[in-house]
Design a protein. Structure first.
Length: 196
């Protein structure tokens, strides 16, 4: 009996080439994640705070087009948003509003509800991102602007586990842990990462 394989590894790796990383990596804050999430997967976008702790840059991909008057945003499952997080569009054109409810009963998508509309029409495939605070249209900011991509999985049930962080190289976009869109890929901190 013979066994054949399409790859040289036991799994498909989203990071294909590492040209530069952050020496020593960083510690990831487990409090950013939903209580049911036990692992940070390879390929997560990470930002850093003033204390040097790394945080997940939360994103969610829209399931369908959303009007500029929408308050219920359908997003693909697998995101890490929680009630109370502030969201805005990845291009920062709309307002930043707090999440009041997340409905998870549908098989294909979750519905994120905010108190008032973001005031910006978005297309299927674009991303919502976590905002630093509530803000008027055009004044929002990322809570944690990504500075790199996590190179390895991290067990979030254990304290102070490190993660390698790539800042220059090539990734397979379809295998990233969380979605990205053109606005996110265009951020200056990710300009040295090629998404294929």
């Amino acid at each position: 009996m013979y066994v054949s394989s399409e790859t040289d590894t036991e799994r498909s790796l989203c990071i294909e080439v590492v040209l530069e990383d952050i020496p020593g990596g960083g510690i990831v804050d487990p409090d950013d994640f939903k209580s049911t999430t036990t692992s940070l997967d390879e390929g997560a976008l990470l930002g850093v705070d003033s204390s040097g702790i790394y945080h997940l840059t939360k994103t969610a991909e829209l399931y369908e087009d959303e009007a500029d008057s929408e308050t219920d945003y359908k997003v693909l499952k697998g995101h890490e948003f929680k009630v109370g997080d502030k969201i805005t569009d990845s291009g920062l054109a709309g307002a930043a509003i707090a999440i009041t409810e997340i409905t998870t009963t549908e098989d294909d998508y979750d519905t994120i509800t905010v108190g008032t509309t973001l005031g910006h029409a978005m297309l299927d495939g674009e991303c919502l991102v976590q905002a630093a605070d509530t803000a008027a249209a055009g004044s929002a900011a990322y809570l944690y602007t990504p500075v790199g991509i996590g190179r390895n999985a991290v067990d979030l049930t254990k304290d102070n586990l490190g993660c390698g962080i790539m800042v220059r190289g090539r990734v397979r976009e379809s295998l990233l842990a969380y979605p990205v869109d053109d606005n996110i890929k265009a951020l200056s901190a990710l300009s040295l990462i090629r998404f294929v």
